[in-house]
Design a protein around this ligand. Structure first.
Ligand code: NCD
Ligand code: ZN
Length: 346
């Protein structure tokens, strides 16, 4: 068994960095390992315009510790009032790399998201023309639909109609949690991608609910049955270029996770690469880890892979801290529930 693994430096194609004290604390956890990340715009208020994205980018770069090299790839939060001209201008100057679609009410800070999809048609058409990808949170918000069925329902009701109505639009189905999502993405051409998180490769819904409720395993889309987790592992480790890493690392302070109405989100930035190496090793697919973390994502976004590399080494289990501290309070690091033998070497 190989004791070290050297791969192109990874990127994270779906990341929540927040702002202020939490941004300052979580940014180094990502920048230590990842060269670039797609930064989610669901701040309060959301990052809607090109000017807001440029200002947020400056705050991120301002919070980056000396000596760490990291490029935030900014996104705009799509609303029913988004101006196609602003999107086009922001894309042309390179301030934004994608636009994010949240169905209104689907997840944390999504109240300004889209209710009537006809209202965003002209933005989507502009994006198709200029090749700007749309990242979608793929869950319907219809209260009649069971939370475990919301991703599958989104494909039929919203995603596939958008795909058919907007030929050429590059779309990423983010944080896929079902075999329905995997099958749909696989059935599409190379203008469709799908991101998969580390935590959804590890937990199923039993981890959240059996033996007491585990708020730190609660995220959206919520983890599904074991058969779905297995479909995600098969896709991530398959070498299929549709699929790439988007951690959806989503920090919330413990006081808001361990709460009668706990926030959704798993904070995985710190140990994602150790978790992934363990998952890929178990599938005898370590030779495909680099494609998932470092090659398929840049190819989808039309960017070069990173020139530098990182090396993972296998050894005695890594002792990650349980939490990181922020000036707003502690944030718990995702606990995969098994020992992590792979570490990123300094
Ligand atoms: C994310 C957050 O906290 O911003 N939460 C989550 O459970 N993933 C929002 C999101 O991506 O759905
Ligand atoms: Zn997210």
């Amino acid at each position: 068994m190989a004791e070290t693994l050297t791969i192109r430096r990874p990127d994270d194609w779906h990341l929540h960095l927040r702002d202020g004290a939490v941004l300052k604390a979580v940014l180094p956890e990502t920048a230590r390992h990842f060269a670039r990340a797609i930064i989610m715009p669901n701040l309060v208020p959301p990052v809607v315009t090109g000017a807001q994205a440029a200002a947020y980018r400056q705050r991120i770069l301002g919070a980056l510790p000396m000596g760490l090299d990291f490029e935030p790839l900014m996104t705009l939060y799509l609303t029913e009032d988004t101006d196609p001209k602003d999107v086009k201008a922001a894309a042309e100057v390179g301030i934004v790399t994608a636009v994010k679609l949240y169905p209104a009410g689907a997840t944390t800070n999504s109240a300004s998201g889209v209710r009537d999809f006809d209202k965003v048609r002209s933005v989507l058409e502009t994006m198709a023309q200029i090749g700007l990808p749309l990242c979608v949170h793929g869950e319907v918000t219809d209260p009649e639909v069971d939370i475990f069925d919301r991703e599958a329902a989104f494909i039929d009701r919203i995603l596939d109609p958008i795909r058919r109505a907007t030929p050429g639009l590059r779309v990423v189905m983010e944080h896929i949690t079902t075999h329905d999502g995997i099958d749909y993405v696989k059935s599409q051409g190379d203008d469709m991608g799908g991101t998969i998180t580390a935590h959804h490769l590890v937990i199923n819904r039993n981890h959240i609910l059996v033996g007491g409720i585990k708020p730190h395993y609660y995220c959206l889309p919520v983890a599904k049955r074991e058969e779905h987790r297995q479909a995600l592992v098969a896709a991530a480790t398959s070498g299929d270029a549709h699929f790439f890493l988007g951690t959806d690392s989503a920090p919330h302070v413990d006081a808001l996770k361990e709460h009668p109405c706990g926030c959704a989100g798993c904070f995985t930035a710190t140990n994602t690469l150790s978790v992934l190496a363990e998952v890929f090793e178990r599938q005898d697919a370590l030779d495909r880890l680099e494609a998932f973390t470092s090659l398929h994502g840049p190819a989808f976004y039309g960017l070069p892979p990173n020139a530098d590399t990182i090396t993972l080494a296998r050894g005695t289990p890594v002792a990650y801290p349980a939490k990181i501290d922020t000036d707003d309070g502690p944030v718990t690091i995702f606990d995969p529930g098994f020992p992590l033998h792979w570490r990123v070497t300094p």
